[in-house]
Design a protein around this ligand. Structure first.
Ligand SMILES: NC(=O)c1ccc[n+]([C@@H]2O[C@H](COP(=O)([O-])OP(=O)(O)OC[C@H]3O[C@@H](n4cnc5c(N)ncnc54)[C@H](O)[C@@H]3O)[C@@H](O)[C@H]2O)c1
Length: 242
């Protein structure tokens, strides 16, 4: 039976790399993104990629999505919560709506997807997987990340640990991957100066590439990842080791 993985934010820099890697691993990939046009272009030359244009800040739309997937595929085997963004207003001048939006896009979306995914995973064989894409910004306070972005990712990592414990006996493994600077369109939220400083702080002298992060997602979703749950895996070339 072909395993089914849901990748959120699939049309973005990391989501595209995750989708390609999981397709290469032989999974059917449900690519979910608010950017339906980009998904359609992607799916044109990717056999096995099922495009789903969904605004992940809409909990009802997420419930509908997983209902449709359960009906069509009999459930799902893996979920990668990757959709997200980084709003750059800084403390204390962060508008209330921006805080709300940051939490909705980065955290609520993942929370609602997890709620639906654990139901859609019931009865599927083997160890099912949830991978939450967090950020080094939740742990490294020397870099630029604003506090609402950090908090959205820290919340995600607490959800990772809660669900890992809660679903261990049901064989759903839940982990976070927390990357540092990875070259994607998200770099556009930074000024040239902030970006240059952040990249120069990377020990290898360059940003990481999306396919390097995708290899870790692939590993966690592969049988090798069956025995790991409740971890926050930090990928940063060793930048923050003290
Ligand atoms: N690039 C980095 O350096 C870096 C570092 C740490 C963590 N991350 C995290 O990785 C994840 C992916 O980031 P990226 O760098 O690929 O960014 P990206 O901007 O290239 O991709 C993000 C994707 O999420 C989608 N998205 C945004 N809001 C959505 C919504 N409401 N509903 C559905 N889809 C929505 C966007 O359309 C986009 O395709 C994010 O959660 C980000 O916080 C990135």
């Amino acid at each position: 039976m072909t395993r089914v993985a849901v990748v959120t934010g699939a049309a973005g820099g990391l989501g595209r790399a995750f989708s390609d890697r999981l397709l290469a691993d032989g999974l059917t990939v449900i690519g979910v993104d608010i950017d339906g046009a980009a998904l359609l272009i992607m799916s044109a030359d990717r056999e096995g990629l099922v495009p789903e244009a969904v605004d992940l800040t809409d909990a009802e739309a997420i419930a509908d999505l997983f209902d449709r997937l359960t009906h069509r595929f009999g459930g799902v085997d893996a979920l990668v919560n990757n959709a997200g963004t980084c709003f750059m207003s800084d403390f204390p001048d962060i508008p209330a709506e921006e805080l709300t939006r940051q939490m909705e896009i980065n955290f609520h979306s993942a929370f609602h997807c997890c709620q639906q995914a654990v139901k859609a995973m019931a009865g599927r064989p083997g160890v099912r997987k949830i991978v939450n894409i967090s950020s080094n910004g939740a742990y490294n306070f020397d870099v630029f990340d604003p506090p609402h972005y950090r908090a959205s990712k820290a919340a995600m990592d607490t959800l990772t640990k809660d669900l890992a414990r809660r679903y261990a006996r049901e064989k759903i493994a839940v982990n976070s991957i927390a990357p540092a600077m990875t070259e994607t369109p998200l770099f556009n939220v930074l000024t040239e100066d902030v970006l240059a400083r952040a990249i120069s702080a990377m020990p290898h002298g360059h940003a990481m590439q999306p396919d390097e992060i995708a290899a870790w997602v692939s590993f966690l979703i592969s049988p090798a990842g069956d025995i790991a749950s409740g971890n926050v895996i930090i990928l940063n070339q060793g930048r923050d080791v003290r």
